[in-house]
Design a protein around this ligand. Structure first.
Ligand SMILES: Nc1ncnc2c1ncn2[C@@H]1O[C@H](COP(=O)(O)OP(=O)(O)OP(=O)(O)O)[C@@H](O)[C@H]1O
Length: 219
């Protein structure tokens, strides 16, 4: 077998991943993988553990058991921060910086996708003309769009998107789908939590359904 014959490892692989709070199981054990060019939709009822799973994968919470590999190697902090862009419920913006200053600040922290500039990212998300607006003066949907611009600028291949459609109008929902499609076409991957059926074809999509362990036990 030559080096080029070796199978490419999944971009993300979880084995036996489990999380509990105060001995109460929240999810798992879960086994799943996501390849480059693929989206994994994470669905489940309110409280099923979708946000918790994304936070564990992002390294913001520690799993009780299991392993996470990125590109075939254990996901330690440095590897996670290079490989993962996390879009959470909160916009994660500096309220007293302008929209453009926020993007420049975040590019300074996280690096920047090759060939993309903050100004062009603002245009892509429909925020041209808002460059000098303070983040705290933006509407909820505009803040979400600014977070999407930050996501677009990130050089990280693995997107963890927690309810990315929240607060967005129809055009914004289509924008998220176009961004995900373009990201996957460029060799990236995405985990997307959602309550709705918003993920548009032709994204190569698989489904991970979480169930609340206590409800399962009671059933
Ligand atoms: N900071 C916290 N402290 C204690 N319990 C929490 C905390 N955050 C979440 N939980 C609990 O963990 C469980 C999973 O919550 P999580 O937010 O992951 O669910 P979710 O599937 O994302 O829900 P939703 O669809 O409502 O956003 C819930 O029972 C919730 O009450």
């Amino acid at each position: 077998m030559t080096p080029t014959d070796r199978p490419v490892p999944p971009l993300l692989q979880a084995r036996g991943l489990r999380f509990a709070r105060n001995d109460e199981p929240v999810f798992g054990p879960l086994d799943f993988s996501v390849d480059a060019g693929e989206a994994l939709l994470v669905q489940g009822d309110n409280g099923a553990g979708k946000t918790t799973l994304l936070r564990v994968l992002a390294g913001l919470l520690r799993a009780d058991a299991g392993e996470v590999d990125i590109d075939g190697e254990r996901a330690r902090a440095a590897r996670r921060s290079r490989a993962i862009a996390y879009l959470g419920h909160l916009p994660g913006l500096k309220a007293d910086l302008s929209a453009l200053e926020n993007l420049n600040f975040l590019c300074g922290l996280q690096g920047r996708r090759r060939g993309q500039l903050p100004e062009s990212a603002m245009a892509i998300v429909g925020l041209s003309g808002y460059e000098d607006a303070l983040a705290r003066q933006l509407s909820a949907g505009q803040k979400k769009r600014l977070s999407l611009a930050r996501l677009w600028l990130s050089p990280a291949p693995l997107w963890l998107l927690d309810e990315p459609y929240a607060n967005l109008d129809l055009a914004g929902i289509e924008l998220v789908n176009r961004m995900v499609q373009a990201h996957l076409r460029g060799g990236g991957a995405a985990l997307v939590t959602t309550h709705g059926a918003y993920a548009a074809p032709p994204v190569r999509t698989r489904l991970l359904v979480l169930q609340r362990p206590s409800l399962e036990a009671a059933a």
